[in-house]
Each structure stands twice: as C-alpha cells, then as structure tokens.
Design a protein around this ligand. Structure first.
Ligand code: ACM
Ligand code: ZN
Length: 505
C-alpha cells in the first residue's frame, strides 16, 4: 500500500480514486490505480491489518509503500482536499501521511512497520524500518535519521536477475547478478559512520516471481545466491574469501542434492575478459575453482588432445574464436564449453569516453565494453557487453590515437519496450579528420518495431572527403528516446537507452 493494489481495487472499486471498475492486471508492472486516501479506505485497510495481525506472530508487518504513481491522487477531489486539510506540501506529503497513519494503527497493535525506501518520500514515519531497494541511498538517508534499515539493493540482492550470461539460462526479468557479485556485497554503505552503521539490521535477497512458474525455478534463482548472501551477512568483511567459498560450495552442493533443492550450478563457468596493456591485447580466462582451464583458438573444441593449458592471458593479434573448458585431474570436463568470438575491428582497445555514466546496474563491462571486439547477447541486455543509460542523453567519444582510415560504423540498440527500453529516434555522428575538419551527420532511426535496432553508416559512400582523409576521433551523440508514451509500460517516465559494441571497420 498505497500502490501495487490493483487487485484490491478491481475487487472493490470504491477503494480507488475514480470509483470506476478496473480489471485485475494480466501482466506485471507498476499501475496508476492506487488506494484513494478517503476515510473508508483507511477503515478497510485497518480491517485487513486486524486480520494480518491475527495470522502472523512476528514483530514486523511489511506494508510496501513502493512504486505508487501519484497521477490518480493529483486528479482526485478527496485526495486534494486532504492535502489542504492536513497542510501537506503535495502528493508526496500525502504518501507520507498515508504511511504514517497506517504505521500508527499498526503500532497500536504492538507491531512495527517495514516499508520500501519510497516511504522516505515526504518524510519518514516515526518508527519505520526502511528496506532500501533502489540502490543504497534510501538506507543511508534512513540510518542518518536514526531509523533501522535493511539492505536489499537491486544491484546486489535481486535474485530474479540473471546469474549467468550463458544463453541457455531460463528466461528472467533482466539484470545480471552473478554469484560472485552477491558474495562481494558489503551491506554497510560506505557513507555511514560506525554509529550510523548500527542501524543496519542486515540484508535480504528478493525473488520476485513474475518469470518463475514453478517452485523448482524459484529454487534455481535463489540458490546458490542465497547461500552467498547468508555468508555475507554472517561474516565480518575480513573473513570473506570468495575462492574459499566456491570450493566449499562445490561440497555443499551435495547437501543440496540430498535435500532435492534445484540449485543453479555455474561454478565451472569460465569468465573471460579482453585486456589492453599499451595496445597489446590479451584475453584473460578465469574460473573461481582450483581446476585446470584448457583452451583452443579458431573455434576448435577444447580437449586434452588439441588444447593448451591456460596459464596467462592469451595474446590476441587477429579476430578469432576462443573456446575453453574446465577439466579436473581425471581429465573429465566439468561444466560446459565457454566460447567467445573476438572481432578485432578498428576501435578495439582504443580510448573511449562517455559524457554520462551508465546506470550502475547495467555497467558490468564498463565503457570499454563498447569497443572490446565482443558483441552483446542477442536476446538479453543484462550481460557485461550492453551498457544501459537511464533517461540520459549520451555522448560517446572514441579517440583512435593515430589517424585511422574508417569506412563504416555500426552498432545496435536494445528496444525492449516492455522493460522501458527504447532505441533512440536519431543519432548524430561527428568525425574529426586528420586536418582538423569535421564531418557531421544526423541519422534518423526509422525501424523501431524489433527487439534489436541496428544502426549502420557507410562513410565511404556518403562522404567522399572521408575517403582521402583519416579520422582522429569519432563522436556519437545519442539523444534519449524521451518520455514513454501513454498506454505503454512505464508511461510518463523517461526511457532507458541500451547500446552494444560500436563496430568501426
Ligand atoms: C520492489 O522491487 N518494487 C521493491
Ligand atoms: Zn483519491
């Protein structure tokens, strides 16, 4: 409450601001119809709390508070009257009034409330415990106000996000949260001093089940990440050791087998990374267990017969496909084959700068991911190759170090409109040539109905001057799509922009 109440309002239309009959949702999302703040709604909610209090012996009742759009309250005579009567600043003040009033009622039953970090809007209810999910800012703010907090940031604690970028992973909501990232989570935000840190009660993993039809799938998403989080909250940071955790987990999996838990096993997955040391490109392979990695180039299947044992990052001097796998001491392959295609186009490993940082949750590969010779996943944007920007216009500058003849530029945009992600409508390209002159080109992006929207420019055809002169720097100016239109998921919010490898030939 007051948001995420569409089902209740569909059953009892008088609980909403319009009083009109609405339908229950058939898809997940954030919906405009929220509880109206009239007296009869509070009476109803108090009745519900009376029943909940009877059912659950615990000290806390989590009342939500998250994702409550204010559009209905803005248009509602009751809600506007109450804002005036209570001398509230605006609809956020009304959210605070709503939460504080429910808190008082719940406190009178001997219980405490927990609310998502939106309960900070317009002023925190006096005794509320805050669950910080939109990053850690809510936890910092609440702890500084001497309120208890629980960390569950969507950067480290959302077990509904992908745990592997392997293409066989079952469909998930998006995001990328590998086991190691959970393990490396520090639940005490660095902005808090020792006294403030005492308000951190702990951390929680969230497993929202929009994409999980079976209990087995829930287990797959929760394990082993829940085990990593348990160790995080029960350990002092000095005692954490990921390599040790992973080797213990390999044994612990036998317990999970006995308990018939359908856990995910990515322990034998190989992680790869292109390294650039003074224009010397190498490719690093990693696995957290202490088994051997064998690899081959040019796409050969890795095996004891035709592969090399990985020791140091592999020198990369031309486009190739690396395949690698983990083998135990009995020469048995563990896990599946890692495969990475590397396309050594002209921007790979060059200097790149961005005018704004990608959103923290979608910046796993950092800015170099845009020019590392590796394209993003064709289906999903949550890997370490796609970069996601939330609502910002983005300028990307690639400095070729020495003037370089370029013929074409191409990239891709993710266009998952249901996830609020939109390809831009236009794109500007500015090349600085070796004589200091500029080529500037504005492109409209017209094809917008597919999940991936390609952008290609053939410069040698378009700009004869480019055929003679080499390029020093390339700038891509990518305006955000803008506000998501009415009737779409996320309507009224700014769209996200997701961009893939910038391929320069
Ligand atoms: C949340 O994920 N809406 C708390
Ligand atoms: Zn209302």
């Amino acid at each position: 409450m007051p948001g995420h109440s569409q089902a209740a309002i569909a059953a009892y239309p008088e609980l909403g601001c319009t009083g009109k009959q609405i339908k229950t949702a058939t898809k997940w999302g954030v919906f405009e119809d929220i509880y109206c703040t009239k007296e009869s709604t509070f009476k109803f909610l108090e009745d519900v709390i009376d029943e909940v209090v009877e059912l659950f012996p615990g000290k806390y009742i989590h009342i939500g508070g998250d994702e409550a759009p204010k559009s209905r309250w803005k248009e509602c005579a009751h809600c506007q009257k109450l804002i005036k009567k209570e001398n509230l600043k605006d609809e956020h003040g009304l959210q605070s009034y709503f939460i504080t009033r429910m808190e008082k009622y719940i406190n009178s039953k001997g219980k405490q409330i927990i609310g998502w970090d939106e309960v900070l809007e317009g002023g925190l209810a006096p005794n509320a415990t805050v669950m910080s999910w939109r990053g850690t800012a809510g936890a910092v703010e609440a702890a500084k106000q001497k309120h208890n907090v629980i960390l569950t940031p969507n950067s480290h604690c959302y077990f509904d996000h992908y745990q592997s970028d392997h293409e066989n992973e079952p469909l998930a909501i998006g995001g990328f949260l590998p086991l190691e990232k959970v393990y490396r989570f520090d639940p005490i935000p660095e902005e808090l001093n020792e006294d403030e840190a005492k308000y951190v009660l702990g951390a929680q993993g969230n497993v929202w089940t929009e994409y999980m039809q079976t209990p087995e799938k829930v287990e797959y998403m929760a394990f082993p990440r829940a085990i990593a989080l348990a160790e995080v909250v029960w350990s002092v940071p000095e005692n954490k050791n990921y390599a040790d955790f992973v080797n213990r987990l390999a044994h612990f999996n036998k317990r999970l087998d006995l308990l018939n838990v359908h856990y995910a096993n990515h322990l034998y997955e190989i992680k790869g990374k292109l390294l650039n040391n003074n224009a010397q490109l190498t490719y690093q392979l990693e696995n957290a267990t202490d088994n051997k990695i064998l690899y081959s180039l040019d796409g050969l299947q890795p095996s004891y017969l035709n592969s090399l044992t990985y020791k140091n990052p592999i020198k990369i001097t031309s486009s190739t496909t690396i395949k690698a796998a983990i083998f135990n001491t009995d020469e048995k392959q563990l896990g599946s084959v890692f495969e990475q295609k590397l396309d050594l186009h002209k921007a790979v490993g060059k200097k790149i700068s961005l005018s704004v940082q990608p959103n923290k949750g979608y910046n796993a590969g950092g800015k170099q991911a845009l020019i590392n010779g590796i394209s993003g996943n064709n289906e999903r944007y949550g890997d370490k190759e796609w970069l996601g920007f939330s609502g910002d216009d983005v300028e990307i500058t690639i400095d070729f170090n020495k003037p370089t003849k370029i013929n074409s530029i191409s990239t891709r945009f993710y266009n998952g409109n249901e996830q609020w992600i939109y390809a831009p409508k236009t794109l500007n390209l500015i090349l600085t040539l070796e004589d200091g002159s500029l080529i500037s080109s504005k492109k409209m992006i017209t094809k917008k109905d597919s999940l991936l929207v390609n952008f290609d420019v053939n410069l040698s055809q378009l700009y004869p001057k480019n055929n003679i002169l080499k390029t020093k720097t390339l700038k891509l100016i990518i305006p955000n799509y803008g506000i998501i239109p009415e009737g779409k998921q996320g309507a009224g919010h700014k769209a996200w922009t997701f961009i893939d490898e910038i391929i320069v030939e």
